[in-house]
Design a protein. Structure first.
Length: 296
C-alpha cells in the first residue's frame, strides 16, 4: 500500500485489508513522506496487528519508487496492490486466490465501484468511468490495452515470482502504472471478475487529469519504449494507431511539425481510413497556431 497525504482515508483502507476473509496475508505500507497525519495512523496499526509492516520515507520518492519498494519488501507468494484511499471488499482476496489456486500465473483483477470522499456509492463502475465496458478484460489483453489504460490497479493480484523483471517505471510520474500493466499483459493472461471487489474513491485530490502537458510527454516516452521493446509482436495496424495517438499528443503540445511526422509514419505503417486522417489533420491545424507548419 503506497501512502501519501491520505490521513482522511488510510485507516479505512488498512482495515479493509485486515478484515479480509482470507487471513494469511501481510500488509506493507510504504509512506512517501506524508505531510499530514498519515504516519501516526499507520503507527497505530503497526502496534496492534503483527501483520502490518511499514516504511516511512524522509523525503518524497514518487509513487513508482514507493510501489517498487513494496514489491521488494514483500515475502508472500502473491502480491496485491491497494491505494491508500481505496477499499477492498472483505472477500476480495478469497475470491481471487480461488482463481490463482487453479492457475497461479494468472494476473487477476476486478471491476470497481466508484465512491465519493465520504464513501457513498456514485452509481458508476470503474470500467464505465474509463469508458472500457466493451474492452477485452481477460486472456492476453496486451493489444487491447495498448491504446489506453483501463486496468484498476487496486484490484490486481499476481504471483510475486512473475515480477522478477517487471517494475514500475520511475521515469514516469503519471503513466508508470500503465507501463507496468502493459509489461504484465505482454507476458501473462488476465482473469477478470465482473463483480466489484474494490471501491475506487473519487475525490478532489486524485491525480488523474492533472498536468496535461506532462501526460502528453509521458505518453510519447511510453509509446517510444513500447515500440522499441515490443515492436516485433505489434501488428502494423496497431503500430499505426500508436503513431497516430503520438501525433495527437504532439499536436496538443503545440508541436505541429512533430505531429505531422508522426502522422506520416502512422499512415505508412498501415493505411488508415480517410475520415480519421482528415480529423487528425484538422486537429493538428487547429493547434498549430503558426508554429513550424500549417495544414489547410
Amino acid at each position: 500500500m503506497p501512502s501519501y497525504n491520505h490521513e482522511r482515508y488510510i485507516a479505512r483502507s488498512i482495515e479493509s485489508v485486515l478484515d479480509q476473509t482470507f487471513p494469511d496475508l501481510e500488509l506493507i505500507v510504504v509512506d512517501d513522506a506524508s505531510r499530514d497525519g498519515s504516519v501516526e495512523i499507520i503507527g497505530r496499526y503497526l502496534r496492534k496487528d503483527s501483520r502490518v509492516r511499514a516504511v516511512c520515507h524522509e523525503s518524497n520518492q514518487g509513487i513508482a519508487r514507493t510501489l517498487n519498494e513494496g514489491i521488494e519488501l514483500a515475502t508472500g507468494q502473491f502480491i496485491a496492490f491497494l491505494a491508500s484511499d481505496d477499499v477492498w471488499a472483505e472477500h476480495k482476496l478469497e475470491k481471487q486466490m480461488g482463481v490463482l489456486g487453479r492457475d497461479e500465473n494468472m494476473v487477476v483483477w476486478s471491476e470497481g465501484e466508484i465512491i465519493d470522499g465520504g464513501g457513498r456509492p456514485l452509481g458508476q463502475t470503474f470500467t464505465a468511468l474509463l469508458r472500457a465496458r466493451g474492452k477485452r478484460k481477460a486472456g492476453r489483453i496486451f493489444s487491447e490495452l495498448l491504446p489506453g489504460n483501463y486496468i484498476f490497479g487496486s484490484s490486481l493480484i499476481m504471483k510475486r515470482d512473475n515480477l522478477r523483471d517487471i517494475r514500475f517505471d520511475t521515469g514516469l510520474k503519471y503513466l508508470n502504472d500503465f507501463s507496468f500493466y502493459l509489461d504484465l499483459s505482454a507476458k501473462y493472461d488476465f482473469y477478470f471478475f465482473d463483480e466489484p471487489l474494490v471501491r475506487y474513491r473519487l475525490h478532489g485530490t486524485n491525480s488523474t487529469g492533472r498536468e496535461p502537458d506532462v501526460w502528453d510527454r509521458e505518453t510519447l516516452m511510453m509509446y517510444d519504449r513500447i515500440l522499441a521493446k515490443y515492436g516485433p509482436v505489434i501488428s502494423k495496424r496497431l503500430r499505426s494507431r500508436l503513431l497516430c495517438l503520438s501525433s495527437l499528443a504532439y499536436s496538443r503540445m503545440g508541436k505541429p511539425g512533430m505531429a505531422i511526422r508522426a502522422l506520416c509514419k502512422g499512415i505508412m505503417a498501415y493505411p488508415i481510413h480517410a475520415y480519421y486522417l482528415v480529423l487528425l489533420c484538422k486537429h493538428i491545424a487547429r493547434n498549430a497556431r503558426g508554429r513550424d507548419y500549417r495544414v489547410t
